[in-house]
Design a protein around this ligand. Structure first.
Ligand code: SAM
Length: 307
């Protein structure tokens, strides 16, 4: 995480917890659970309210106490940290509920970005709210939105897909589920699976315009744009990139909604030039249709030709 704080006038390390609370959050927050967003790269991307809450809370739950300690020390905040992560969540929830019963102010952060977005926090928020406690969110960075904003793709309607499964087959079937969603798609992905995922996206979604947003808000932030096939080839050749990535993929275009008639015309033309297999592959890629549907259509055309 970058630690360039020169552009902030915030209290610095060494200032007391009381001073920070005075500046950032003069009133003690109401008892409840506060899901607090933290930076996804640039350490200054944290709101004044977030700092106030982190300082004022009775306890701060976090995924990794080492990661959160670093952030707190940048801002001179001393706080009691308790772990809350996928391995201890079930055990911790009743303890957190008991604290809320006692009227405590509980802050919760993940390692980076917005808790509960591909990070722990969803169940806790849901359960504590159903138990009647105040549950609220202190909004801030999330890589999904920053990736979308910088992707150059339509932002009016988008669909967050989270992480795809690591295994090829499961990934293909998840992609089938979102193939016809009429919105820009946003995926989180690990750099080591990036090339394989981009290739699977191309296979299932068709060769749509897309963007890989890497190291967002950090020094080496990079946005690469191009059709899925091009980005897949680039990362297959270069290997896994460094850092973290978000993949953003265009909504199905007109090509994906092509009528059967248009697909049939295109297939007829191609079948005069290339093999059935190649024609099917080409039209599947262009149209975003299922390969099996294109194949059936192509077989029908071939049969009609031989009659
Ligand atoms: N809760 C976080 C949020 O709101 O962004 C996301 C947590 S998820 C475990 C981590 C994933 O978010 C990474 O694998 C990557 O896909 C994405 N991510 C987080 N920080 C990023 C960054 N600075 N640049 C690009 N992607 C990032």
């Amino acid at each position: 995480m970058s630690s360039d704080l020169s552009d902030t006038n915030l209290p610095r390390a060494g200032q007391s917890r009381h001073r920070i609370m005075e500046v950032l959050s003069p009133e003690k927050p109401a008892p409840g659970l506060y899901l607090v967003a933290t930076p996804i790269g640039h350490a200054s991307d944290i709101t004044l309210r977030a700092l106030g809450l982190l300082a004022a809370a009775d306890v701060l739950y976090c995924e990794d106490t080492r990661v959160t300690s670093k952030l707190l020390s940048l801002y001179g905040i001393r706080q009691k940290l308790e772990p809350y992560h996928e391995h201890n969540a079930a055990r911790m929830r009743p303890k957190i509920a008991a604290r809320l019963e006692r009227g405590e102010v509980i802050a919760m952060v993940s390692d980076a970005g917005t808790p509960a977005i591909s990070d722990p926090g969803f169940r806790l928020a849901r359960d504590m709210a159903s138990a009647g406690h105040l549950v609220t969110h202190c909004p801030g960075p999330s890589a999904a939105l920053t990736g979308l904003v910088l992707s150059g793709l339509a932002t009016n309607r988008f669909f967050f897909c989270g992480f795809l499964p690591p295994k090829h087959k499961a990934r293909l079937s998840d992609l089938e589920e979102v193939k016809t969603v009429p919105a820009t798609l946003i995926f989180y992905e690990s750099p080591k699976r990036l090339a394989a995922s981009l290739r699977d996206m191309e296979t299932v979604l068709g060769d749509r315009p897309s963007a890989v947003a890497r190291e967002l808000t950090k020094k080496f932030e990079e946005i690469r744009k191009g059709p899925l096939s091009e980005l897949a080839s680039a990362y297959e050749e270069e290997g896994a990139p460094k850092g973290e990535v978000v993949v953003v993929v265009d909504a199905p275009g007109e090509s994906a909604e092509q009528s059967q008639e248009q697909i049939r015309d295109r297939l007829s033309a191609l079948l005069n030039e290339v093999s059935l297999k190649d024609a099917v592959a080409e039209v599947t890629r262009e149209s975003g249709w299922k390969r099996s549907d294109v194949y059936d259509l192509a077989l029908g055309l071939k049969k009609a030709e031989t009659l």
